[in-house]
Structure formats: structure tokens, C-alpha cells
Write a protein that binds this ligand. Structure first.
Ligand code: NAP
Length: 377
């Protein structure tokens, strides 16, 4: 009996240690009142995105929940208005699997909302589910569409500077490897999906890095944030039904709550004084060093150029040996989207004069860029 009690005590002690050191998230802090500011959170109807939106609403921001399902999005907006006591929480339709939907969202947003202070790219998928697309759906949802959305919403972000863009990435980026010759190849089977997920999260880190370079001096800063291992539907929704009763209690014990997972994205959106760390990767509300592949400026720039083509912002060149990118109809509806009219594409990132100016800045940074010392990590 005594040894049983001792064993239980040791187990409990070990769990408390693991909980406080690995599971429990540090609170984000940051600007207390967001009254008068507007935030967009993608994929805000569940998990980390919903908790992120809740905290922004509690602090008084107008929060736009950019979600693909009207039903789930409206339901989340209702919940969040109730829980936060803030009536300025609204749903707007955005399906990141469709570039046409991204453009339609941007048009609707820019014409109905006068400002944008915080843009949080939270939505993400870890699997293609049952959809079979002729392109890399994981890269599309997790990186290419957020890239396009940032580009389209830049006028408002510029106008409201100092403003912020947060890209919710993952520690999985450490396993990522970008093969520029197969960037947009369809992903088939769970092994390829795991790889494509890690690659898309590496793309998030490189995107934040390059965006910071491109937007230097504009007052818009950007960050990649890892929420930690979180008990959400991200992976569980693709687990066979019979496994769920075993995995759910385990996930509840050893993973963070979605509210805990929201802390680092919120930190990146709200913490004062982190502007000099624009472009860096954060975890547990601290800046963290990333592996060489995730701080390779040439790779970041190459991804930027490829993303412009994948997002339909630049024509695909036949003689480009770099990427094997199938020219897609940017308006082609995905299996999840509705057809929307195409709009003229106006590139905010690359207007002739600005572009050459930005690119010369970029070349300089490639030569001289030194990582600032991580603070507190
Ligand atoms: N959970 C973790 O352990 C973990 C760890 C590291 C990083 N992350 C990152 O955290 C972010 C949030 O994940 P989560 O854990 O909160 O997962 P989640 O609960 O599955 O939430 C994902 C959200 O993305 C939305 N979404 C999926 N496809 C979309 C599309 N085509 N268009 C618009 N929205 C779409 C989902 O909407 P529906 O409800 O309509 O599907 C949902 O609202 C992701 O970027 C993920 O990679 C999570």
C-alpha cells in the first residue's frame, strides 16, 4: 500500500513538473486596451484562433473572425460577444483554399472596415482530409493564401501603422525543407502530409522574415509565433474515430489549452517594445533562435518570389528553371469554395519604384544581417 502511495505521489510530482515547465503557457501581457483598434484573426471559429480573438475582444478591439464556414463563424462570433461583453465581434467569410475567396474577403474588408491594426494568420490545416487538389493544399492554406491576404490588406495596415502581422507557425518548421522544384506538387498520403505541414510552417517563418525586410521603415512589423503543443482539433480531427477515446484524455493531460496556445500569438500582437525583433520567431512569449534553414535570407527571398507566382500576383514564366509551378487559375474554386468574380490584381509588394527600393534594401540586409541577441531566451 505504502509503495503504491509513493508511486502515485512520484507520478503526480512528475506531472506537476511537466505541467509547469512544458504544458502551462506564460501569460502574454501587452497593451491593455485595444479600444478603437481593429484585428483580423483567420480560423477564429475554433482552437487557438478563437481564444486569440476572445482576448482581443476582451481588451476592446473590433475583431473580425475570418472563417470558411458561415455557420461556425457566426456561432463563434456570438459566443465571443457573449463571453467578452464586446459587441464588435463580427464574422466575415474567408476560405484560404481559394485565392478567389481571399480576394473577395479583402475587397469586402477594405470597403467595409476603415482600419486594420492587427492581422493574425492563425488558420491552418495538417492534412488534406478527403480533398484531392491538383496543387499543394497544405501550402496553399497555410502559406500562399496568408501571403496573398497580407499583400491585399497592406493599404489598411500601412494607414494604421504602427500595425502588426502575426503568422502562427509551429516548432514543426524545424523539420521543414523547401524543395523549390516541387513546391506546389499535390500532397498524397499521411507521410507526405506530415512533411508538407512542416514545410508550410517553415514557409511561415521565412515569410515573416522576408516580410519584415520588405516592410522595414513602414511601421508595420511582423512575427512568426509557435503556440506550443495545443489540445485542439488540428490533428485529432484526422485521427480514426476508434482512437479518439484514448487520445483525447491523453491530449487533455499533456497538451496546452487553446487559451494557453493563444498566448504567444497574442504576445507578438500586443507586446510593446518588440518592434526591433520584427521578422523573428517566438515561442513561450520569447524570441527563439531558429535553425539555419529558417534564417536563410536567400531562401526567404526565393520563397517570396515563388509565392507571388503561386498567389497569382505575377505571371508564371515558362523559362524559370527554379520552380515547377503549375499556372493555376487564381480564381479556380477549390472543393470548399464558392466561385467569386476575379478582380484586377494590383501588387502592393511590387509597385515598380517601391520594389526596386525595397529590393536594394534586401540585398544590403542579406550581406550585413546579423541576428539581434534573443531577449530572455
Ligand atoms: N494545435 C497545435 O498543437 C499546434 C501546434 C503548432 C502550431 N499550430 C498552429 O496553430 C494554428 C491554429 O491551429 P489549432 O490548433 O487551433 O487548430 P484548429 O482548432 O483545427 O483550428 C484551425 C482553424 O483553421 C481553420 N481553417 C482550416 N482550413 C481553412 C480554410 N481553408 N480557410 C479558412 N480557415 C480554415 C479551421 O476552420 P474549420 O473549423 O472550418 O475547419 C479552424 O478554425 C494553425 O496554424 C496550426 O498550424 C497548432
Amino acid at each position: 500500500m505504502e509503495s503504491l502511495l509513493l508511486g502515485a505521489g512520484l507520478l503526480l510530482g512528475a506531472y506537476v513538473l511537466v505541467y509547469y515547465n512544458l504544458v502551462k503557457a506564460p501569460p502574454c501581457g501587452g497593451i491593455g486596451s485595444l479600444r478603437g483598434r481593429t484585428a483580423v484573426v483567420t480560423g477564429a471559429n475554433s482552437g487557438i484562433g478563437k481564444m486569440t480573438a476572445l482576448e482581443l475582444a476582451r481588451r476592446g478591439a473590433r475583431v473580425v473572425l475570418a472563417c470558411r464556414s458561415r455557420e461556425r463563424g457566426e456561432a463563434a462570433a456570438f459566443d465571443l460577444r457573449q463571453e467578452s461583453g464586446n459587441n464588435e465581434v463580427i464574422f466575415m467569410a474567408l476560405d484560404l483554399a481559394s485565392l478567389a475567396s481571399v480576394r473577395a474577403f479583402a475587397t469586402a474588408f477594405l470597403s467595409s472596415e476603415p482600419r486594420l491594426d492587427i492581422l493574425i494568420h492563425n488558420a491552418g490545416i495538417s492534412s488534406c482530409g478527403r480533398t484531392r487538389e491538383a496543387f499543394n493544399l497544405l501550402l496553399r492554406v497555410n502559406h500562399v493564401s496568408p501571403f496573398l491576404l497580407t499583400h491585399l490588406l497592406l493599404p489598411h495596415l500601412r494607414m494604421c501603422a504602427p500595425s502588426r502581422v502575426v503568422v502562427v507557425s509551429s516548432a514543426a518548421h524545424r523539420r521543414g525543407h523547401l524543395d523549390f522544384t516541387r513546391l506546389n506538387h499535390p500532397v498524397i498520403g499521411w507521410r507526405q502530409e506530415l512533411r508538407a505541414y512542416a514545410d508550410s510552417k517553415l514557409a511561415n517563418v521565412l515569410f515573416a522574415r522576408e516580410l519584415a525586410t520588405q516592410l522595414e521603415g513602414t511601421g508595420i512589423t511582423c512575427y512568426a509565433a509557435h503556440p506550443g503543443p495545443v489540445n485542439s482539433e488540428l490533428f485529432l480531427r484526422h485521427v480514426p474515430g476508434w482512437l479518439c477515446p484514448f487520445l483525447r484524455p491523453l491530449a487533455w493531460l499533456v497538451l496546452r489549452t487553446p487559451g494557453g496556445g493563444a498566448q504567444t500569438p497574442l504576445y507578438c500582437a500586443l507586446q510593446e517594445g518588440i518592434e526591433p525583433l520584427s521578422g523573428r520567431y517566438f515561442a513561450n512569449c520569447h524570441v527563439e533562435e531558429v535553425p539555419p534553414a529558417a534564417r536563410d535570407d536567400q531562401s526567404a527571398h526565393r520563397l517570396w518570389e515563388a509565392s507571388k507566382r503561386l498567389a497569382g500576383l505575377e505571371p508564371v514564366e515558362d523559362d524559370n528553371p527554379d520552380e515547377e509551378i503549375q499556372p493555376e487559375d487564381p480564381g479556380a474554386p477549390s472543393s470548399l469554395s464558392t466561385s467569386l468574380p476575379e478582380e484586377p490584381i494590383v501588387s502592393e509588394f511590387s509597385p515598380g519604384k517601391q520594389r526596386s527600393q525595397d529590393f536594394s534594401k534586401l540585398t544590403q540586409r542579406i550581406q550585413v544581417k546579423a541576428e539581434p541577441e534573443p531577449q530572455g531566451s
